[in-house]
Design a protein around this ligand. Structure first.
Ligand code: PEP
Ligand code: MN
Length: 360
């Protein structure tokens, strides 16, 4: 159910409706908009009747929401959400996901050493990326493969942030691990293998940090959006969706990158969506063409694996771009973005606010 308030409704009117929702055992999600406030309702104590709210002061109407996902849907919030991530030292400096600008996250699959991380960070920063990726905890198919450096890797990421003014995107693999990772990350990554780890989704839903949610390798669009709904329903509205390829019979790539999900998501949800052409293809020679296509298809950004010496990478070297290839890609996507009336992200200053209501 969505409660739409009248344009002249007072803050007390909004609070009264929220109290009523809570007293019935549900959770209210107020969303102040340019014209009026709407209040999403989540929880499952039982069926809700619009008549319970229609007569409260300041209420314009109570509308049932037909989709199984509520808070992520355009039925509840029509304007695109713009998610801001702080970059650099200035407290007013942000990069945004979901606005006019494209955000690019780049860096190695995993943090392997301080030297390796710094070498990649220097190159991607120079090429214009403002966000740095690198796993300190790696969910690997084999228990005998490199599992990441753990907290030592997170400390290196903190140094990268300081030294290069890059925002840090790194993966958290379970709820306990999140306590540690959120102390270091600017954006918490939930990996494809964890897209339906519901206790992790609830845990990141209670984090103050934005979440990059990767699509599970066999997830339908509805399952993907429901996973995001878990996060929003806990109160964290800063979710960036990420298409990273799904499993099909095709064996010329590691996964099949489903770019058609971009317009499909945009139709159903206000959340931003970015694309990972690295895991999406698994082959270096296919990363650039699919990255270009993703931007052309309307992605809000990219996450790309870049390694200064991919042949020696401890994971995913065969799909990591050389720094020069990444710099070329940045120039190309800037040109494609221009055709679409968009730009590649520069640090945005002076933009404030957070929460479902003020991002749109
Ligand atoms: C990663 O980003 O390094 C990663 C493991 O991605 P995914 O969860 O999409 O496989
Ligand atoms: Mn990887």
């Amino acid at each position: 159910m969505l409660i739409v308030m009248k344009p002249q409704a007072t803050e007390e009117d909004v609070r009264r409706v929220c109290r009523k929702i809570e007293s019935m055992g549900y959770r209210p999600h107020p969303m102040p908009g340019a014209q009026r406030t709407a209040i999403g309702i989540t929880g499952n104590p039982g069926p809700l009747e619009p008549a319970e709210f229609d007569t409260l002061p300041g209420v314009a109407e109570a509308i049932p929401v037909s989709k199984p996902y509520k808070l992520v849907s355009r039925e509840v919030k029509n304007e695109d959400s713009v998610i801001r991530v702080k970059v650099g030292d200035s407290k007013d400096s942000f990069v945004t996901f979901g606005g006019r600008e494209l955000a690019v996250i780049a860096g190695p699959c995993a943090i392997e050493s301080r030297e390796q991380a710094f070498a990649a960070a220097e190159k991607v920063r120079k090429a214009g990326a403002l966000l740095f990726r690198g796993g300190a905890f790696k969910p690997r198919t084999s228990p005998y493969s490199f599992q990441g450096m753990g907290e030592e890797g997170l400390k290196i990421l903190a140094e990268v942030r300081r030294q290069f003014g890059l925002a840090i995107v790194t993966e958290t693999i379970d709820p306990e691990n999140c306590d540690l990772v959120e102390q270091y990350a600017d954006v918490l990554q939930v990996g494809a293998r964890n897209m339906q780890n519901f206790s992790l989704l609830k845990r990141v839903g209670r984090s103050p940090k934005p979440v990059l949610l990767k699509r599970g390798m066999s997830a339908t669009l509805e399952e993907f959006l429901m996973a995001a709904e878990y996060i929003l329903s806990e109160g964290n509205y800063s979710v960036i969706l990420c298409e990273r390829g799904v499993r099909t019979f095709a064996d010329h790539t590691r996964n099949t990158l489903d770019l058609s999900v971009i317009p499909a998501v945009r139709h159903l949800s206000h959340l931003p969506i970015i694309v990972d052409p690295s895991h999406g293809t698994g082959r270096r020679d296919k990363v650039t063409p699919l990255a270009r296509a993703a931007v052309a298809a309307g992605a809000d950004g990219l996450i790309v694996e870049v390694h200064a010496d991919p042949d020696r990478a401890l994971s995913d070297g065969y799909q990591s771009l050389f720094p020069d290839q990444f710099a070329e890609l940045m120039a190309e996507i800037a040109a494609i973005a221009g055709v679409l009336g968009r730009t590649t992200a520069q640090s945005t200053t002076g933009v404030r606010g957070s929460g479902l209501g003020v991002r749109g």
